[in-house]
Design a protein. Structure first.
Length: 299
């Protein structure tokens, strides 16, 4: 199984190692943006490296360390053709994905998440009475904003450098009447559990708290069933919920998912496999899909 360089870093204390991790992600992000814009031309490793301000060897080794696959393989994983291929096969793509994702022994299966949903009444109050702790931590996808209640992980957002306050405001607006307490040390353990694949253990599942409407929670629960390395379109999720005409509502619920990456809204695609948008940036969505492709390949 691939080990990221970030595994050896402290997620609770800022320092030179964290700065290096952020520089790595920034280089990868620039390379991904270049690849996603020019994948049809199949750019060379030299062109990719130039876009990331690295030498070809530096980019090659960074990608291998960061995602467990080469830049060329990563480029292939990010193309729309790849996304469409994930959706081919049967009338019920979600069922097919579940079957194939669970059929292989020893296959890495997500974060081994267990979840509970707050009552509709708790959601309607805007989080009144809730105490939500939060902290910013480095991750393979930029700075991660980790939010928690006494019940478990309640929010996960992402930000590029300088955008942390905007990400925090965005998340606070979802539960405007909650009390927010910054606690970097307290949320560091959750950050470690989320991004360190060595801690993804079925006997110690990560507990998450879903805070939304009944329909949103049902959509998010369906997202949790999509195995790593697979993707489905909104209409398949709607069909699974026995609401085949609710694709647009499903898309809206996916966009409101407060626990990015853990509740894998990045695996939901538009019609015919289009990657569509992502609340925390399309480049980040592409990065997550490519990172997961590397994880599945190493499992």
């Amino acid at each position: 199984m691939m080990t990221l360089a970030i595994h050896d870093q402290s997620l609770a204390r800022p320092g030179p190692q964290q700065s290096a991790a952020m520089r790595d992600y920034d280089s990868v992000r620039r390379a991904i943006a270049f690849i996603s814009e020019r994948w049809r031309q199949q750019p060379t490793i030299e062109e990719m490296a130039d876009a990331a301000s690295l030498t070809p060897d530096e980019l090659h080794h960074l990608f291998r360390r960061w995602a467990g696959l080469t830049p060329k393989a990563f480029m292939q994983a990010l193309t729309l053709d790849h996304a469409k291929a994930l959706l081919k096969g049967s009338a019920s793509v979600l069922d097919a994905a579940l079957d194939s994702g669970l059929s292989g022994p020893g296959r890495l299966h997500d974060l081994f998440v267990t979840h509970e949903a707050m009552s509709p009444g708790e959601w309607k109050t805007g989080g009144a009475g809730m105490i939500i702790t939060y902290g910013f931590h480095p991750s393979p996808f930029g700075t991660a904003l980790v939010m928690a209640t006494g019940r478990g992980l309640a929010g996960l957002a992402f930000a590029d450098a300088g955008e942390e306050s905007s990400a925090l405001s965005d998340m606070k607006s979802r539960w405007p009447r909650a009390t927010y307490v910054e606690d970097v040390a307290g949320t560091a353990g959750l950050a470690q559990r989320i991004f360190d694949t060595r801690l993804w253990r079925p006997d110690q599942p990560l507990r998450v708290v879903l805070i939304g409407t009944d329909f949103e929670v049902r959509v998010w629960e369906t997202l949790l069933k999509i195995p790593m390395g697979r993707a489905v379109c909104y209409s398949d999720i709607a069909s699974k919920l026995q609401a085949p005409k609710a694709s647009r509502a499903v898309g809206a619920a996916v966009g409101k998912n407060p626990i990015s990456f853990v509740v894998p809204c990045h695996r939901a695609l538009g019609k015919s496999g289009a990657l569509t948008g992502y609340h925390w940036g399309l480049t980040r969505k592409q990065a997550m899909l490519g990172w997961e492709a590397g994880q599945v390949g190493m499992a």
